[in-house]
Design a protein around this ligand. Structure first.
Ligand code: ADP
Ligand code: MG
Ligand code: MG
Length: 252
């Protein structure tokens, strides 16, 4: 049983013109093993900033608040330490990694996180099974990470990592964007498989309610202007589907 606790998190970014802009303005969230938390909100509300900040992206400066995983100070950890502590942040490796195949990348990541290399025979079987489940061609394993990946391939690669690395907490930012319905189903099934086998807590960031038809959230948080404006259960997503974000954006 693991708990990620975000308390009163404030984050700024440095703008190109040299000014400093506060993006997160006091975020509180608690995510426990096995729970799916949907964070939903309009574009520009700071959802990705939340994900990057938890991931430890250097562009984002935490100016207040705390993030802990089972009581350990996540903000004091390096990006690698965060992964070893059991946090999976899909955007952690968004870049091309020249000359590193998916297969080698996954095995290196697994070894780094577990502290020992996985047993070759079971590992090869696990990778093949996970790729089959995600309807990925076996040749994908020999491609270089993110090199010429389509949007859909990037998303499948994210979920493949999640299934094999078995994190305690998984943060998925717009995993649904750019997927057609068939790909969305396959990717969602992958997340659901991870939930039933490894029982991670999941922070599912999304602009649209569509993915929530396939991945059932336990909690829905409406994110507006750098903080959680409202929270509820799955019914809140249904309400958003009907009315959109307008009532949260209406001037007071
Ligand atoms: P969302 O994911 O909800 O669409 P973002 O977190 O991407 O929102 O962005 C929130 C706000 O922060 C936007 O106004 C965006 O322009 C700004 N922002 C995000 N990242 C940066 C950055 N690296 N540099 C400057 N501004 C940024
Ligand atoms: Mg955005
Ligand atoms: Mg975003």
């Amino acid at each position: 049983m693991s708990t990620l606790e975000i308390r009163d998190l404030h984050v700024t970014v440095d703008e190109a013109d040299g000014s400093v802009k506060e993006i997160l303005r006091g975020v509180d969230l608690t995510i426990r093993s096995g729970e799916v938390h949907a964070v939903m909100g309009p574009n520009g509300s700071g959802k990705s900033t939340l994900a990057y900040s938890i991931a430890g992206h250097p562009k984002y400066t935490v100016t207040g608040g705390t993030v802990t995983l089972d009581g350990e100070d996540v903000l004091a950890m390096s990006v690698d330490e965060r992964a070893r502590a059991g946090m999976f942040l899909a955007m952690q490796y968004p870049v091309e990694v020249p000359g590193v195949t998916v297969s080698n990348f996954l095995r290196t990541a697994k070894t780094a996180i577990d502290g020992e290399a996985p047993k070759l025979r079971t590992w090869v079987k696990d990778v093949k099974q996970a790729m089959d489940d995600l309807k990925m061609d076996s040749s994908f394993a020999e491609r270089n990470v993110n090199e010429h990946f389509s949007g859909g391939e990037k998303k499948r690669h994210e979920i493949l990592q999640m299934e094999l690395l078995k994190p305690k907490i998984a943060i998925l930012d717009e995993t649904d964007s750019g997927l057609d319905v068939d790909a969305l189903k396959i990717v969602s099934e992958g997340v659901n498989r991870s939930l039933s086998t490894a029982n991670p807590g999941v922070l599912l960031i999304t602009h649209y309610t569509r993915i929530l038809r396939y991945i059932k959230p336990d909690f829905v948080h409406v994110f507006v202007n750098g903080r959680v404006a409202e929270q509820g259960g799955p019914e809140l997503a249904d309400a958003l589907e009907e009315s959109g974000y307008d009532r949260f954006l209406a001037p007071a």
